[in-house]
Design a protein around this ligand. Structure first.
Ligand SMILES: [Zn+2]
Ligand SMILES: [Zn+2]
Length: 310
């Protein structure tokens, strides 16, 4: 029996939020959202050094200077423009308009949630037709592009950890945009636990925080659902995926995760910043299903465009 319950906050969720089961390990929502990481990251010392041009270095210096002058929330999380505190998602009007939001009613892949090409009459994207997935469904809020990259970059590498909670709100709003049919297709009754994609211990120590946990905690607090940052563990470090082919990504990520407890019959919502080929989602889904999970949904802020071969 999959119980659902209504969120008690003023903003109603688009889908039935947390499902509670006899064997769920529900945590208080305050713990899900309130815990924080020791040692917030320091700004990269030689950020400017990665840019080859003097102009780029000057831009970085200016942004760093603005970081010192204006507290978080008064600058656009994407371009750094000064904004007032009423702006949705702390985005300036221009960036808000330029983000490639995946809105209600958009044609998206039935499996991975990517936007479908206008010319593609199929219900699933090219990538999903080529590579059957292990996870049940994926869902994203925006198509990955320059602005989405800047937002994620600011969160991960410029130490703007407040963006994690803002993206949690973006994801919450995306859930609310789903109609009843989509909600049922994706969640099939609800979820038991939200789990962030973990970093390796080495990378967590270097960065000081896990951006996926910040997002998951922000989402969980709004959903009043339990967030378990220890459900998944990355048991080995992996190479950066950026330049790898889909086959190389699958090989790179194989065996990288373990599930730390039994999740028999549970619906698990896994949170990450970006979905690209689905190799990470599949690897985690395989581990969760082996640990008994009944349903694995992968939820990200951004998803790459479908790759269409000519
Ligand atoms: Zn902006
Ligand atoms: Zn797809």
């Amino acid at each position: 029996m999959k119980d659902t319950r209504q969120n008690s906050t003023r903003r109603q969720p688009a889908h039935s939020s947390a499902r509670t089961t006899a064997n769920s390990t529900r945590r208080p929502s305050s713990q899900a959202a309130g815990s924080d990481f020791a040692g917030r990251p320091t700004r990269p010392v030689v950020q400017a050094a990665i840019h080859s041009s003097v102009a780029a270095a000057m831009t970085e210096l200016l942004r760093d200077a603005l970081d010192l002058i204006y507290p978080a929330g008064l600058k656009c999380i994407c371009c750094g423009a000064i904004i007032d505190t009423t702006r949705t998602y702390s985005l300036c009007n221009q960036c808000m308009a330029k983000v490639n939001w995946i809105t209600a009613g958009a044609r998206t892949c039935d499996r991975c949630g990517k936007l479908l090409s206008k010319n593609d009459p199929a219900d699933t994207c090219f990538s999903c037709r080529e590579n059957p997935h292990v996870f049940h469904r994926a869902l994203a809020c925006a198509q990955y592009g320059a602005l989405e990259r800047d937002i994620i970059f600011s969160m991960k590498y410029r130490g703007h950890t407040e963006i994690g909670d803002i993206l949690g709100e973006v994801m919450w709003d995306r859930l609310q945009s789903l109609d009843d049919t989509e909600r049922q297709e994706i969640f099939q009754g609800g979820i038991d636990v939200i789990a962030p994609v973990p970093l390796s211990r080495q990378r967590l120590l270097a960065r000081g925080f896990n951006q996926s946990y910040l997002m998951a905690a922000g989402l969980a607090r709004r959903m009043e659902a339990p967030c378990d940052q220890n459900l998944l563990r990355r048991i080995r470090n992996t190479s950066a995926m950026k330049s790898l082919t889909p086959a190389e990504r699958r090989q790179n990520i194989r065996g990288a995760f373990e599930v730390t407890r039994d999740v028999t019959g549970q619906h698990v919502l896994v949170v990450d910043d970006i979905y690209t080929t689905g190799s990470t989602a599949d690897e985690i889904a395989a581990a969760l299903i082996a640990a008994g999970a009944a349903r694995v949904i992968f939820f990200t802020f951004a998803a790459g465009a479908d790759v269409v071969k000519s």
